[in-house]
Design a protein around this ligand. Structure first.
Ligand code: ZN
Length: 256
């Protein structure tokens, strides 16, 4: 099974020695199977089964800044959809990405920290409503009126993604594909991590209350996001969201 995704980064390359530095880190990495570097566009595109954050760290090991601007499939040229879930609890934090690799294959990749060690059920829930935290997210997403089941079963709630496992330090790292979940069908809904493992027997998995949840948000596909680094002061395209477009606030990034 192909767990690769195509990842597009804006990288603050300004000269050919920057390109050489990037080439050095991506060119010989065993988990990067293909890459393209464009100095003029400040663009690096890689095919990899590393997480988006691992590739960002690799690119930034050159001393340059890198920001993910698009994510897509290595198997299908069209953009079939991508989404991101950002968990920003006081204890539990993480990022989960979903990429529709083909019409019937969705890649789910996540890193979550701050979890109680052990197994936890992972489910897409029907509503993207966090008014009462995970309580208001509704039931497991179940558009076909099926029974609850394991992730590898044909008959299950579409939202049944099985269990993830947190190590003794509370970190869970997972990457798997799913044949039933479609990115376009879950954008605007919620992803919930439960306190207990799914037992795959009872009606809803008997996994207890949600301990972390967030809305599944659309993310950019490949080559859809033209923003690049501002050459003037090195503020990254993501940091720019937090600073004014101009004026005195611009020099105070990160101070709020
Ligand atoms: Zn279920």
């Amino acid at each position: 099974m192909d767990l690769k995704a195509k990842l597009e980064y804006a990288v603050s390359m300004t000269c050919s020695s920057c390109v050489d530095a990037v080439k050095k880190v991506v060119g010989c990495h065993p988990e990067i199977t293909n890459y393209a570097i464009d100095l003029e566009k400040q663009q690096v595109v890689v095919d990899s089964c590393l997480s988006a954050n691992e590739v960002k760290n690799l690119l930034e090991s050159t001393g340059l800044k890198a920001a993910l601007v698009g994510i897509g499939s290595t198997l299908d040229k069209g953009h079939l959809g991508a989404a991101v879930v950002e968990l920003r609890g006081s204890l539990i934090k993480g990022v989960i990405r979903m990429v529709q690799l083909t019409k019937d294959l969705c890649l789910i990749d996540g890193t979550v920290e701050g979890l109680p060690p052990g197994q936890h059920a992972l489910n897409v829930h029907t509503y993207g409503d966090l008014t009462n935290g995970c309580e208001s997210c509704g039931d497991h997403f179940n558009p076909n009126g099926s029974r609850h089941g394991r992730q590898d079963e044909q008959i299950r709630h579409v939202g049944d993604l099985g269990n993830i496992e947190a190590d003794p330090n509370g970190k869970a790292r997972f990457r798997f594909t799913d044949n039933y979940l479609k990115v376009h069908a879950v954008i605007g809904r919620s992803l919930v991590i439960h306190e207990n493992p799914d037992d795959f027997a009872s009606e809803d998995g008997n996994s207890g209350k949600g301990i972390a949840c967030a809305i599944i948000a659309r993310s950019s596909g490949l080559f859809q996001n033209p923003k690049r680094f501002c050459a003037c002061d090195g503020i990254s395209i993501w940091e720019e969201r937090n600073v004014p477009d101009a004026g005195s606030g611009r020099s105070q990034k990160g101070s709020t």
